[in-house]
Design a protein around this ligand. Structure first.
Ligand SMILES: Cc1cc2nc3c(=O)[nH]c(=O)nc-3n(C[C@H](O)[C@H](O)[C@H](O)COP(=O)(O)OP(=O)(O)OC[C@H]3O[C@@H](n4cnc5c(N)ncnc54)[C@H](O)[C@@H]3O)c2cc1C
Length: 407
């Protein structure tokens, strides 16, 4: 391998070796990057993955995994581990956060499983990340690098060249930008910026005696909501509260503080107010997305996960869509002919971009429904109350992709 020069602390450093040789280079070791690396390695490709952090890891609390994601995890042989680490959800429940009434229940038992062919699972995000990381480490085709920040990616005729902050540089047939919401790779390809929604989340887990139901419950309030579900076989209860920040509307730089949190939820039912004691107050999470991107690739550089389709979390699909990306990439990737990657990437974008964009857009609409105020809240409640418990049609477009032929 050729030695390259790097600039660090004002001094030019000589590197005796560059990155490992492989077909694919993945930027980012979150759920999306690890999933892409794993899926491609399972399909026979060699992969180098670079994560900027000194150690692999995830921050935050729970993740919901709908059957469009759990079918893929089962294909990869990971569903048993995911179910073991998490909880199989029994019902999705929507309640009004003001009067506490149950608006609708979607049972996730027999009829659901017959329809979607895989369970709905909730899992701590660190557990899913660890399961994917372990699977990558066990794969002979994957080299994992930490402490490696990629600062530049350039398209070449038959690949792309990545440059790290420390000066290492190498060219690969394919480069995947899985570098999240604030993706530098996307900045270079699309040039847009994250859009603040004006909503802020606080999240946290508390120990639980395992007596809580195995339901995911969404308490829908005016400009706010609470999501609750058990994690780790019921030993933890996950709480996420989200609200529209008045401070954001006023133009405050530091909007959505705990004073706003307490004010917004003051009119809510007792169980919702009680949950406020169970979220971490030290860290607030302003929520962002981006508009669907006009392009996902530049030659052999291609975006996946939040870099491609950062979305508001209202459909609980960001990570699920990243798993779909990985699955599609691996299905469409060519065999040994490097020249066929151009067609594979075009096929990937053609398959994934319309669907992920629809999820991004629908997440906004679902958020609006969830946060309805006044007459609209009453109309929403009436609409949800009129839904039959066994009516899944509203979710088919999202969960039934690659489902049994009868759908
Ligand atoms: C409140 C909330 C609730 C959510 N709930 C759900 C849910 O229930 N279900 C669901 O499916 N999704 C959910 N999501 C979405 C989900 O968390 C994300 O979609 C998913 O984690 C994105 O993974 P990713 O790997 O694409 O991006 P990230 O997790 O952001 O990972 C990107 C990685 O790239 C690394 N990186 C960045 N830049 C560089 C660089 N230049 N060089 C090297 N490495 C770099 C970062 O350090 C990071 O490790 C939720 C999100 C939020 C905010």
């Amino acid at each position: 391998m050729m030695a390259v020069a790097g600039q660090q602390d004002g001094r030019v450093k000589q590197y005796s070796e560059v990155f490992p040789r492989s077909t694919v280079f993945v930027i980012g070791g979150g759920i999306g990057g690890l999933a892409a690396a794993l899926a491609l390695a399972r399909a026979g490709h060699t992969v180098t993955l670079a994560e900027q952090a000194a150690e692999f890891g995830e921050v935050g609390a729970g993740l919901q995994l709908a059957p469009n994601a759990t079918r893929i995890l089962r294909d990869w042989g990971l569903l048993d581990a995911v179910v073991h680490a998490g909880v199989v959800t029994e019902n999705l429940v929507a309640r009004d956060a003001i009067d506490g009434s149950v608006l609708t229940v979607m049972p996730l038992g027999e009829a659901f499983l017959a329809r979607y062919d895989a369970p709905y699972v909730v899992i701590h995000r660190t557990d899913l990340h660890q399961i994917l990381l372990d699977a990558c480490r066990a794969s002979a085709g994957i080299t994992l690098l930490t402490g490696t920040t990629i600062i530049d990616v350039q398209t070449e005729a038959q690949g792309a060249t990545v440059t790290a902050e420390d000066g290492r540089r190498a060219t690969y047939p394919v480069v995947i930008g899985a570098d999240g919401l604030r993706s530098r790779t996307r900045d270079a390809l699309v040039g847009d910026a994250p859009i603040p929604s004006g909503y802020v989340a606080y999240r946290g887990t508390i120990p639980s005696d395992g007596q809580a139901s195995n339901d995911v419950t969404v308490w829908m309030g005016p400009g706010c909501h609470l999501v609750q579900y058990p994690l780790r076989q019921g030993t933890l209860l996950n709480n996420v509260v989200v609200f529209k920040s008045a401070g954001f509307a006023r133009g405050d730089v530091e909007y959505g503080g705990v004073d706003e949190l307490d004010t917004v939820f003051a009119g809510c039912a007792e169980p919702v107010q009680a949950a406020l004691a169970h979220v971490g107050r030290q860290r607030r999470w302003p929520l962002y997305d981006r508009a669907p991107a006009p392009t996902w690739n530049d030659g052999r550089i291609v975006l996946t996960g939040d870099a491609a389709h950062p979305m508001l979390q209202y459909l609980a699909q960001g990570a699920c869509q990243a798993l779909e990306d990985a699955d599609a990439l691996a299905r469409l990737a060519p065999g040994s002919k490097a020249s066929e990657w151009d067609g594979a990437i075009a096929g990937f974008v053609a398959e994934r971009e319309p669907r992920a964009s629809r999820v991004q857009t629908t997440a906004h609409a679902f958020g609006d429904l969830c946060h309805a105020v006044g007459e609209q809240r009453l109309a929403r409640n009436a609409l949800l109350a009129s839904r039959a418990r066994d009516d899944f049609t509203v979710a088919d477009w999202l969960w039934a992709d690659r489902a049994p032929a009868h759908l």
